[in-house]
Design a protein around this ligand. Sequence first.
Ligand SMILES: [Zn+2]
Length: 257
Amino acid sequence: MAHPTEAVYLHDSSLRTLTTEIVSYQPISSLSEDEKSLAKNVDPDDSAITTRQTILYPQGGGQPSDTGSIALADQEPSFVVSLVRKTSDGRIIHFGKLNNADSASFVEGQSVVQRVDSARRDYHSRLHTGGHILGVAMQILMPDLKEVKANHAPREACLEYEGLLYNDHKPSIQAKVDELVQQDLSVAVSWLEDGAAANGGKFGDGPVRIVSIGGLDQTPCGGTHVERTGLVGPITIRKITRKGGVSKISYEVAETF
Ligand SMILES: [Zn+2]
């Protein structure tokens, strides 16, 4: 387990199956302490697979992990992936277990087929794009307010801003968000070759992935998105709460649309 995993979802998040190759397959108990610490809420008797490439999104950037499966190319039973995490050196680990005790094992170099649980991915992508739409709405309505945190997980989705916002702000935020969904704007993913040079160091060194809602913003982001704002469906601004000078705007999207 040495080379970074090629994160195919960054370049094509529409892929739901991919044929790739096993790099490693091992019990969680044989991982390093750092790697084990990534396997939160995973059965310690489960295993860990890394592959040359992956289409499965690892938890991060406020977006929860994908689930899915990995199977030998020409065979059923498969490895059920319950959690995907990225290591600090860029390897993406799929945690899970074989769905049948008699299943064949995996060895380095074997060809395998990955599958993403589509309904879960679609919901997460719509929630994530919904968060960016809310961010654009806030940028239009209150351009001086600084966004400090974003979460795009089901039932926890929110953006946080420095400063005080109240429920009185809700109707105007809701109306702007509705308008941006109604306009069915494009959600474009592009790459800045040198984030530092292009933005005065704001986005850090090296290539930076930029997501833009209808050209209205330039948000560095590694998450998965739907292709147009209309595909998010209705976004509901749930509530606005305050804590220590930071305001949290909670939102949700319908689980299916
Ligand atoms: Zn994002």
